[in-house]
Design a protein. Structure first.
Length: 390
């Protein structure tokens, strides 16, 4: 499991449940105050008030750690109020009910590390630990309990500070990757513009010149004008061929490149990737590979943007008779809505696959996610079929 996910606000129900279970594990250390209440050593009124106080403490702790952790924004006022209330409850309950309640200070320290910015948490965690030591000295005369809580209070608080810093660094890296991708796309557009200018500049200049000549030759020299028009047609056809070749070269992706890009995109989104691919796909023509590469790009884009998944499985396979090649992309996310209609991306992808002689099917995955399957025909396997690469 991605440990940095514990430091982010959950975006889906599954992420919320996983994070709640992860946080709930550490609530087991509240066994000491719960046992103190269950032993019946206090009066009914004290027991009821203490139980209410403990319940309020747990709810406030969950609210801070679950909702506030590393949102990337300064804490709201309610965060400081909740942390102050936790500190007051920990101080009151441990001072009045005894050493079994000193463990509450550990949770206050963790809450401070999880919710407060770095500068504030660096003094808040030691301050809470110092309060634990002071109260522990008063309520635990033998001193056999509270020293064992000082180190967890310090380590727990500063561990949350470290997780916050790690998540912040991960977010900055994702933003940097997006910036790099944007700059790369911009550079690619500039390069395409330069190439098109180089391709068309001479041809268009020649067409303009010959058009002017043809205009001057009419009506006195119709044969020479006709020759200029024929030259204009020849130049324009050649320019059209050059542009088509240039654009085709730019727009034809490969499976190897898209697989590498898919791994990077899924990793950036915190989604585990599992790729199953043969060493070779025999007979896969460039047009078929391009269609599957476009299908992979569209499928991974949808997984990253819309699925809320934790795992994405990409599988490439060839039919037993080597007549078709199939790409399957499935995830364990929320899946499509009941009345879901394909968007422009899937519609355009279907058209691409039809032009390549292939088909596209989509369906709900077995665990509730989404599955996309693209199939293209292949030629008889050539002897020197190229490997897909890693």
């Amino acid at each position: 499991m991605d440990t940095t996910a514990m430091g982010r606000v959950p975006e889906t129900r599954k992420q919320a449940l996983v994070k709640l279970m992860w946080i709930g594990i550490w609530l087991l250390y509240l066994g000491s105050p719960v046992s103190d209440l269950a032993d019946g050593g206090h009066g009914v009124v004290v027991t009821v008030l203490a139980a209410l106080g403990l319940t309020a403490f747990v709810c406030s702790y969950l609210a801070v750690v679950f909702l506030r952790t590393n949102t990337g924004h300064p804490p709201e006022r309610w965060v400081y109020g909740v942390l102050a209330a936790e500190a007051v409850l920990a101080l009151t309950l441990s001072a009045t009910l005894g050493k079994d309640w000193l463990v509450l200070f550990v949770y206050v320290s963790v809450g401070c590390g999880a919710a407060l910015p770095g500068r504030q948490s660096r003094w808040a965690v030691p301050a809470v630990t110092a309060a634990l030591a002071a109260v522990g000295t008063a309520v635990d005369r033998p001193g056999d309990l509270y020293p064992a809580l000082l180190i967890p209070a310090l380590l727990g608080g500063f561990a949350m500070v470290g997780i916050r810093q790690l998540v912040r660094t991960m977010r900055e890296l994702r933003e940097a990757r997006e910036t790099v991708a944007h700059l790369a796309a911009t550079e690619e557009r500039l390069r395409l513009a330069r190439d098109l200018h180089d391709l068309l500049g001479h041809s268009l200049s020649l067409i303009t010149l010959k058009s002017e000549l043809a205009g001057r030759m009419l009506p006195d020299r119709p044969e020479d004008a006709a020759q200029q028009v024929a030259d204009i047609e020849k130049v324009s056809r050649q320019a059209l061929v050059d542009v088509r070749e240039a654009v085709s070269g730019y727009r034809r992706p490969t499976l190897a490149a898209e697989l590498a890009s898919a791994r990077s995109a899924l990793a950036s989104a915190g989604i585990a990737a599992r790729v199953h691919q043969p060493e070779r796909l025999p007979g896969l023509a460039p047009d078929g590979e391009s269609a599957l590469a476009w299908a992979l790009r569209e499928a991974v884009t949808n997984v990253v943007r819309h699925s809320g998944a934790q795992l994405c499985v990409i599988a490439l396979s060839s039919a037993a008779d080597a007549t078709t090649a199939t790409l399957t992309v499935s995830d364990d996310g929320r899946g499509p809505a009941e009345q879901h209609t394909p968007g422009n991306g899937l519609t355009g992808l279907t058209e691409r696959l039809i032009l390549a002689g292939g088909t596209l099917t989509t369906d709900r995955a077995g665990d509730g996610g989404f599955t996309l399957r693209a199939t293209v025909p292949t030629d008889p396997a050539p002897v020197g079929a190229e490997p897909l690469g890693d």
